[in-house]
Design a protein around this ligand. Structure first.
Ligand SMILES: [Zn+2]
Length: 179
């Protein structure tokens, strides 16, 4: 059966599902395999505002959850992806990660300073605003490490804790690519 929306023809023609689902195919009738291949670009059929939304989501790092079963169902049944053509066109979600694809040539999406709790806490520990530059972060870190180093404080307990907190905060920010 053709997997096109509402079509009841025999699905005798294979069409690739997409880049992150290599080896998976839709089955379409002749008319619809033509139609599908013509619109294989995931943006086709999307309005400008929808495209803008996807681009925005790419920038904010939004990654919709994979819900259509290509990962699970299609893996065991590579020739018959258990998803619908409407989803392949990207109208519902982003099952094939094409948001990432569109950025492939343009480098990684710019990091958004939408802080997770820990990151916010780390900035707070260093006494920095969330928009601090890597340079700010590094110089503040050096400053605080010097200030709170146990050797500089005669082994003072509170200072040692503060010293550790500063190091942890810095390591977290470094690990998350902030500096
Ligand atoms: Zn059809």
């Amino acid at each position: 059966m053709c997997q096109w929306d509402g079509c009841t023809e025999k699905g005798a023609h294979r069409a690739p599902v997409g880049r992150n689902a290599e080896g998976s195919f839709f089955l379409f009738c002749f008319e619809h395999v033509k139609e599908y291949n013509k619109g294989y670009n995931y943006f086709s059929g999307l309005s400008d505002s929808e495209i803008a939304r996807y681009q925005k989501e790419a920038i904010t790092g939004h990654r919709p959850t994979w819900t259509v079963g290509v990962n699970g169902a299609a893996r065991s049944s590579p020739l018959h992806a258990n998803i619908h053509s409407a989803q392949a066109n990207g109208r519902l979600k982003d099952p094939f990660g094409f948001v990432r694809q569109t950025r492939a040539g343009g480098g990684p999406a710019p990091r958004e300073r939408k802080l997770k709790t820990l990151e916010a806490k780390a900035f707070d520990t260093l006494g920095l605003a969330a928009n601090a530059t890597p340079k700010d972060i590094k110089s503040r870190y050096k400053e605080l490490v010097k200030k709170h180093h146990p050797d500089a404080n005669g082994g003072d307990r509170g200072s040692e804790e503060r010293f550790r907190a500063v190091i942890q905060a810095y390591q977290l920010l470094k690990q998350e690519g902030f500096c």
